[in-house]
Design a protein. Structure first.
Length: 398
């Protein structure tokens, strides 16, 4: 089948996930090929000149473009509903790359306090050195976002749902607020993936991902991607050519193959997470469960409106403190003690001493990162086995 015969706009998400993207080798392969090559050859010096000049379509060098990477970019752009995507070597390279492509000295950023720690470092330490100032605000306090704006504000940055408490903001409202203040809205959509939430369709200008998470879904490869309008993402492509944080073709191949099962995987992650959250909520050793699929969660109604389902990550506090949380974590036999998430395998972290350990005590308190908090990225194992595994830890507390 020639994908070019079809207009992907007619296709639903699941079809796009399997078939969007037009790059084929001409060898009639059914499963798209992997192009492990650093450079490309030409018929003649004249053709080389034309391709280098951009007068003829073609690849030059895999730091610029590579067919496998382009294939992944086309599929991601289709899934997020953007015009263009730019893949990068990691999620951080996508976030930094978009900022380097769009911002200049004197510009100002408003950023949610509840974003990935390294994202805070990029804004706080590195972009600050180049004259880009960032104001951090409480994620769900819309007034703080408005009050932080200045004439030189160019970018709003947020992650929704937030990690690890699953708080949610209204993307449509944030996009209007950003635009009213002359800024772009960039959303890290790593926790939901486009299978559950499409921020561009809600008014965001740029979506970024760590494809290392649910998009790979199997904990194999590092990668990132930014999606948005041709105008904005073309700037990122130019940055990438110069900075060299390009995605490896091997990783791109893994990612676009993984996209084919994204909907099915996300459905199963969400189903398992919901069942586990409901079970934990009834457990006598558990104090509170943070999962937006539960009516008790303060983001439940908004998540229901803006997401297709509630995601695969949940957190809970045990009765007690660090000792009790660690004792639950240390007894687990199935769930892996590792900081990554979005894997077929369930993973567990103690945010206060790992992912969020660099926050000051005050910032931890403000972000709700208590010593008795445990985060689980719920995988695709049998939920009954996951319950039994958690029970072995929790029963030691009762
Ligand atoms: C929400 C979020 N954004 C970005 C990143 C950074 O991605 P990467 O590790 O692929 O650079 C992570 C990593 O954990 C993350 O959780």
């Amino acid at each position: 089948m020639n994908n070019k015969e079809h207009n992907p706009e007619d296709w639903e998400f699941e079809t796009l996930a399997v078939r969007a993207g037009s790059i084929r080798s001409g060898e009639r392969e059914h499963s798209e090929a992997i192009y492990l090559t650093s450079s490309f050859v030409y018929e003649s010096a004249q053709q080389a000149q034309a391709v280098f000049a951009g007068d003829e379509e073609g690849n030059v060098y895999s730091r610029y473009t590579n067919p496998s990477v382009k294939m992944f970019e086309e599929r991601m752009a289709a899934l997020e509903g953007g015009e263009l995507a730019c893949a990068s070597s990691s999620g951080m390279a996508a976030i930094l790359g978009m900022c380097m492509a769009l911002l200049k000295a004197g510009d100002h950023v408003v950023c949610s306090r509840s974003v990935f720690g390294t994202t805070v470092t990029v804004f706080n330490k590195y972009l600050a050195r180049f004259g880009v100032e960032t104001t951090f605000v409480d994620f769900t306090d819309y007034d703080q976002w408005q009050q932080a704006c200045r004439p030189e504000t160019k970018l709003f940055f947020l992650e929704t749902p937030s990690n690890p408490l699953g708080e949610v903001v209204d993307i449509e409202k944030m996009a209007s607020l950003a635009h009213d203040n002359g800024a772009w809205l960039m959303v890290d959509n790593c926790f939901c993936t486009p299978a559950l939430q499409q921020p561009l369709k809600l008014g965001a200008d740029i979506v970024v991902h760590s494809t290392t998470k649910f998009i790979d879904g199997q904990g194999r490869c590092m990668g990132g991607v930014a999606v948005g309008s041709k105008e904005l993402i073309s700037e990122m492509h130019l940055w990438q050519r110069a900075a060299g944080a390009s995605m490896s073709p091997f990783n791109a191949w893994n990612f676009f193959k993984s996209l084919e099962t994204l909907s099915l995987r996300m459905d199963a992650h969400c189903r398992n997470a919901m069942e586990l959250a409901q079970w934990l909520e009834q457990h006598s050793a558990v104090e509170k469960v943070y999962y937006s699929g539960l009516p008790s969660h303060n983001g439940h109604e908004l998540a229901k409106k803006q997401q297709k389902a509630f995601g695969g990550v949940l957190a809970f506090t045990v009765k007690g403190g660090r000792q009790e949380a660690w004792s639950v974590i240390d007894r687990l036999q199935i769930i892996s003690r590792t900081a990554n998430l979005g894997d077929t395998r369930s993973t567990v972290t103690h945010p206060a001493t790992t992912t969020h350990s660099r926050l000051s005590d005050e910032d931890k308190q403000r972000a709700g990162i208590t010593e008795n908090l445990v985060r689980i990225s719920v995988g695709l194992e049998s939920v009954n086995d996951l319950k039994k595994d958690l029970e072995s830890g929790l029963s030691s507390l009762t």
